[in-house]
Design a protein around this ligand. Structure first.
Ligand code: FES
Ligand SMILES: [Fe+2]
Length: 324
């Protein structure tokens, strides 16, 4: 399994303006992304002449111009098209990175036939993105595991005070990650309490798709999908870049819920970012300390297994119980 074979989301589509080169971080390096004539291209953000960042240059007549000595490069294939002081090109080209625009995001991959995840191909009800000063695997675990929600999101998702209930979790592995099916639980936080009866007592499914995608889905008693939360993560210089796409399907009240739901989600994410950054700072001052896990940490353990130690990937479905 090779991380390079998977497309990584690096930018929200609406930030990529026509013919305005933009710098993104991909695999800890800067990459320049350009949109022109309905196409996009990405190149290593490094001018072969003396190494100036091309993202600081400008785009004109189908060429990307370096800000330092003005060497220009073809949008199409990255080949040098002119050296102004010589008035002709030299034989060199920019290092190409494969770029795709999909699901409202720009995705990059080192390999042309890289793997793209299957996500909902419709406009999210709510979209938000940001940077967390934390390592990507800890951020991915945070998005998908529920045991922190009583504490970090006390009153919003679950609550410290409400009596806990024993629920069943059914872990099902597949070839690209796993799903965990959770039995229903009564509404405990603001989000579910506010919604009509039809949308209470929800069952949920948590999905991990290697390497960096997480999905939480909630179903009502009639097995209708009523909300879906996608967390799309990428690692950049010891930090995590995330994109969160939220789909709400509460029928005609969806537009009414959208503003309050948007505020609640941003609050939830802010709470997660705070604890992840505290955890990250603490990990740095306690290097080498190992984590203790038990079977209720299966989600996090299996994410770490997929990312770092694939011999530990569980191949058989398994049940476990949680007090939620
Ligand atoms: S460094 Fe780019 S033209 Fe000289
Ligand atoms: Fe959280």
């Amino acid at each position: 399994m090779n991380f390079n074979q998977h497309y990584t989301a690096v930018l929200s589509s609406d930030l990529l303006l026509d013919e305005k080169p933009i710098k993104v971080t991909f695999q800890n390096k800067s990459v320049v992304v350009i949109r022109s004539n309905g196409q996009i291209r990405a190149y290593d953000d490094f001018c072969p002449h003396r190494g100036a960042p091309l993202s600081e240059g400008f785009f004109r007549d189908g060429q990307l111009h370096c800000p330092y000595h003005g060497w220009s490069f073809s949008f199409e294939n990255g080949e040098n098209t002119n050296v102004p002081v010589k008035n002709e090109p030299v034989k060199c080209e920019l290092k190409k990175i494969h770029a795709i625009e999909k699901f409202g995001l720009i995705w990059l991959c080192m390999e042309a036939d890289g793997l793209m995840p299957t996500l909902l191909d419709e406009k999210a009800t709510i979209f938000t993105s940001g940077i967390i000063n934390a390592l990507v695997h800890n951020s991915i675990e945070n998005f998908l595991e529920g045991s922190h929600t009583h504490y970090i999101h006390d009153g919003l998702i679950r609550s410290q005070k409400t009596q806990r209930q024993n629920i069943n979790a059914y872990f099902v592995p597949n070839e690209s990650g796993f799903k965990v099916h959770y039995s229903e639980e009564p509404p405990k936080g603001l989000i579910t309490k506010l919604t009509p009866k039809k949308y209470k007592n929800l069952k949920s499914v948590a999905t991990y798709i290697y390497p960096n995608l997480t999905i939480l889905e909630y179903f009502n008693q009639e097995d209708e999908l009523i909300s879906r939360f996608e967390g799309i993560f990428s690692s950049r210089n010891e930090e995590t870049q995330y994109f969160a796409r939220i789909f709400l399907n509460f029928g005609i009240i969806t537009p009414l819920l959208k503003p309050i739901a948007g505020k609640v989600f941003k609050k939830v994410i802010q709470q997660d970012v705070e604890i992840l950054e505290l955890q990250n700072a603490n990990l740095k001052t306690h290097p080498g300390n190992k984590f203790v896990s038990d079977n209720t940490d299966l989600v996090g353990q299996q994410i770490f297994a997929w990312l770092f130690d694939q011999d530990k990937i569980i191949k058989e479905p398994t049940n476990f119980n949680l007090y939620w």
